[in-house]
Design a protein. Structure first.
Length: 565
RNA sequence: GAGCGCGUAGCUCAGGUGGUAGAGCAACGCACUUUUAAUGCGUGGGUCCUGGGUUCGAGUCCCAGCGCGCUCACCA
């Protein structure tokens, strides 16, 4: 538990102080304090009270809090109490609290919890302060607090010891207060519209509803492997079959994948389903939901993320195909067209034409697909792609676009489904530009095994995602409710799985059976709560909006040595 | 999983080209009855992330490992 001999000695010293406090007649771990006010209430009521009014109508208070600053001055002294993130100064003088009371004050440390009674006044410098009559000891901080001015700054320590982070850093506390406000606003929004909040299994025999690798666990009594859910989707739609026409669930999903500033292995998602609605209805609903939450949480629809002001009440919509053409690199000229999405041959032609517009990587040759190994379009360093002094490529953007074209082109040539390649192209070209709220709709069938096809374009589905701040926050579609088609989609996914796609969807016979009893036309949507909270609080990392983000456990040196032997 | 960066006292941080490890806060002692990053005087506190190597000598240079951050990949 101790980080050092220093901490051990502080701990021992404070045990000694506890004995002295006990000797003064104070229980060292009492179980209550009868407060008259919270610090929040005092701030709200008396922040504007003048010195004169406080003197004329003396306000008696009993308040408690953690000592965040303490300044002794001979036979008097100050301390600052903090409670629920709110601070209030107290003033303790020997002639007011008596000698035993002052002895207790002198045994107090930063971080201790105390309760005091007294009356409010303003100091010479105008600070609202409790003039203390009596002190009650409540609990001791046995370990030293971080530096009082800079707080706890080390990111790793902040995540690992969030309990310290929270009482030291007011802005951290604020983020989690807002996160709670997001959840409250969400529930209010859906409750008001007749949605029923439900809870579906987090331990599932088949991990479905999304493309992701699950965590595996085991139930001993049943002797079966189970998966932590990657999405609640298939269970929620079973509920709509069951006649719960409007349902939503807010809870954790678990995906056994990489960790980044936008990904935590467990994350919170809202999913909701509305019978008799389609994806157009959900677009409208989304454009209402997000600004409503912003207003409830921040009192404004504007937020600043990555130094950019975002207005959550102003939305734009593009089809995926429009977005690809809109953000087609200018250097590639007019090589893109709506027709290129119609067939593999046309897309390959467009990619080759676009690559031809870029200066060649090797002098004297024409650019074409597969100049670069397709394993990973972004792995190659800038130097490898454009050696210094050996390239006329103007920007990194051009290089990246060329790499992307090479990569997706190669995928196409290697037989990857056209729809998958188009989705890849979209992510590579457009996603980073989607800073202001944007709905991207009409997705390829190949990447959407649970969505309903567009009536006139069977290769495209009624699906949209919405983006804010350059990343995806939500995903929605008109739900596929034809059991025969759903079964075929699952079979196709099984084929993908056999070809090595570990994230392809598994067959879920019971879900198909549920659809066979009749799912009404239904729209469903999932929204990442963590990411929405990031946008609303201006947090750049998802770990700043998760109280206890997953960290690799620290191994003590002795244990590490023992393990390596 | 890859690249880059960081790791020095409980905390926040200094430590050009290798030469006995520093400050502020916190801690301990003393003084101080309206301070607020209180102040003044004094004291203690370090496996410089770990393990190797180079060197007469390593916090500093080299190699390997661990942890964290950022970017990218996977993905939401």
């Amino acid at each position: 538990m101790y980080e050092s001999e220093f901490e051990q000695s502080v701990f021992d010293l404070r045990r000694e102080k506890l004995k002295q406090i006990e000797a003064l007649g104070h229980p060292v771990y009492p179980n209550s304090f009868a407060a008259s006010h919270t610090l929040t209430a005092i701030r709200a009521e008396y922040d504007t009270a003048t010195s004169e009014t406080l003197e004329k109508d003396r306000v008696s208070v009993a308040v408690a809090g953690r000592i965040m600053a303490i300044r002794a001055q001979g036979k008097a002294g100050f301390a600052v109490l903090q409670q629920n993130g709110v601070r209030l100064q107290i003033y303790v003088r020997m002639d007011a609290v008596g000698e035993p009371g002052f002895q207790l004050y002198k045994l107090l440390d930063m971080g201790d919890h105390i309760g005091v009674t007294g009356y409010l006044f303003r100091t010479r410098t105008g600070e609202l302060t409790v003039h203390v009559d009596t002190l009650k000891f409540l609990s001791k901080a046995m370990l030293p607090l971080p530096e009082k001015y800079h707080g706890l700054a080390d990111v790793e320590l902040r995540y690992r010891q969030r309990y310290v982070d929270l009482f030291m850093n007011a802005d951290v506390r604020e983020v989690f207060v807002k996160r709670a406000a997001v959840l409250r606003a969400m529930r209010k929004f859906f409750d008001e519209r007749g949605f029923l909040e439900v809870e579906t299994p987090m331990m599932q025999p088949i991990a479905g509803g999304a493309a992701a690798k699950p965590f595996t666990t085991h139930h001993n009594a049943l002797d079966i492997d189970l998966f932590l859910r990657i999405a609640p989707e298939l269970y929620l739609k079973r509920l709509v079959v069951g006649g719960l026409d409007r349902v939503y669930e807010i809870n954790r999903n678990f995906r056994n994948e990489g960790i980044s500033t936008q990904h935590n292995p467990e994350f919170t998602m809202l999913e909701f389903y509305q019978a008799y609605a389609n994806y157009h209805d959900l677009m409208d609903l989304t454009e209402e939901l997000i600004p409503t939450i912003a207003m409830e949480v921040n009192g404004t629809t504007k937020t600043v993320f990555n130094d950019v002001e975002i207005d959550l009440s102003k939305w734009q919509r593009f089809t995926m195909r429009e977005a690809i053409i809109k953000w087609w690199p200018p250097e590639a000229g007019d090589t893109a067209s709506m027709e290129m999405f119609d067939s593999r041959e046309k897309l390959e032609g467009a990619l080759n034409a676009a690559l031809g517009k870029f200066p060649p990587t090797t002098p004297g040759t024409e650019n074409e697909i597969s100049l670069i190994e397709p394993d990973d379009p972004y792995q190659a360093s800038e130097d490898e792609i454009a050696p210094a002094g050996h390239s006329s490529w103007e920007t990194v953007q051009n290089q990246r676009a060329a790499m992307l074209f090479n990569y997706v082109g190669r995928c196409l040539v290697d037989g990857e489904a056209l729809g998958k390649v188009i989705a890849e192209l979209f992510e590579g070209l457009a996603e980073e530009h989607l800073i202001q709220p944007t709905i991207i709709y009409d997705f390829p069938l190949a990447v959407s095994p649970l969505s309903k096809q567009k009536p006139n374009e069977p290769e495209w589905v009624e699906r949209f995602e919405f983006y804010i701040g350059g990343f995806e926050l939500g995903n929605a579609f008109s739900e596929l409710n034809d059991p025969v088609e759903q079964r075929n989609r699952f079979l196709q996914q099984l084929g993908e799985r056999e070809r090595g796609d570990a994230e392809a969807h598994a067959m879920d016979e019971d879900y198909v059976r549920a659809l066979s009893f009749g799912l009404p036309p239904t729209g469903g949507e999932g929204i990442g709560i963590d990411r929405l909270t990031m946008v609303l609080t201006g947090s750049r990392s998802i770990r700043d909006v998760i109280l206890f983000p997953l960290m690799r456990p620290q191994v003590k040196q002795a244990d590490a040595d023992a393990m390596s032997e």
